[in-house]
Design a protein around this ligand. Sequence first.
Ligand code: 5AD
Ligand code: SF4
Length: 450
Amino acid sequence: MDQKKNKKIYIETYGCQMNFSDSEIVASVLTDQGYTTTGEIHHADIIFVNTCSIRDNAEQRVKKRLQYFHAFKKKNPGLIIGLLGCMADRLKTVLLEEEQLLDIVAGPDAYRDLPRLLEQVESGQRGVNTLLSMEETYADIMPVRLGSNGVSAFISIMRGCENYCSYCVVPSTRGKERSRDAGSIIRESRDLYEQGYREVTLLGQNVNSYQWIEGDNVLSFAGLLGRVAEVSPMLRIRFATSHPKDISDKLLDTIAAFPNICRAIHLPLQSGSTRILDRMNRNYSRENYMERVEAIRRILTGCTITTDIITGFCDETEEDHRETLSLMEWVNFDYAFMFKYSERPMTLAADTMEDNVPEEVKERRLREVIDLQQKLSYQSNQRDCNQVCEVLIEGDSKRSADYFMGRNSRNKVVVFQKTNAASGEYINVRITSFTSATLLGEVVHELKIR
Ligand code: 5AD
Ligand code: SF4
């Protein structure tokens, strides 16, 4: 028997949805070679940490974790430890050579090479590949769904980013933007549907610039979205992330045309000040952003809009900060991810601007942004009360097996008392109350609307 068959891999993932999707590609590449995956670290022969570089604290967390694994390895000689993802290229020398924490380092485009790198380690060497590629999209790899609820799945549709927002490390860690073969995306969606999945999330750093050329045909993101939505009216489609500079009316019209494309748009704002947006190289102004929000409200009634905000970017004044707060109120965001600026190496901001907003000011502004968003999110949930919405059931609620949890089209988590419905089914729920993160409701006459 192939010895690999006995080797178990444990993958720990940090960062964005894209990284979670990549871990499923890693699992697929290795299970094809006879390895198996385990969710139990104590059973593992190989530990992979799939890492994120977006902010300094994400990197610090991973470094601490690697120290822990290193100590673990001392008690378990023969254990192989590998670092994957965005930190790979940046930190390979320090972690591999100086701190001797790792056996393998593989960047986001090197996952097909993992079997070879593992063999290299077996023969007593280290395995390193952090080359970025112009073509790799892993189009032909059917991901192994890790920790799946059997209802919703991620599908990666493009890789890399060339927007070069001045604060962002992603263009340097994930390389050039490339779109994945449309046929393979549609096939993967159909396979998932046939396996019982009822929701797919199409992933890319900037999905609006998706483009697939076949002969004379150019398929845009709007076109792709329509093709995936046609797989079945019972399959829900979500996508992330949209860049405000190019979320087109054509895309919004496509969403409007398909009830199964979810009414939820994540549209990172970053700052409400045009001056700061310019410095961030975002390619839109405060007014452009407002115009796009008006288009969403006009074309997609009731669509939730969520966002990302950074406080304390280089040169941000109190006035700039107040513009962020006032724009947040104007848009009335349903939810937001909020961060203080963290300078990253190899970015335009690190090279050409001064990280000159004091830490305590960044923190205070972040607090103000969070407080405001809590108020807006509360009001958003309040508006949902007494409304009936269609919920796709994802499984038991975390708190109690007597309750189901699922989400509505607007991406809000809904919890309600169990009925004889099952995971993967759609059901109508009337919202009766809410907590900060969850809507609570009751099933309406056991009426399934699909
Ligand atoms: N500092 C703080 N937040 C950042 N983000 C990206 N880079 C940085 C940084 N250097 C945030 C942005 C982005 C989200 C994924 O992370 O808001 O939209
Ligand atoms: Fe980073 Fe901007 Fe690309 Fe998003 S769009 S990954 S923030 S460079």
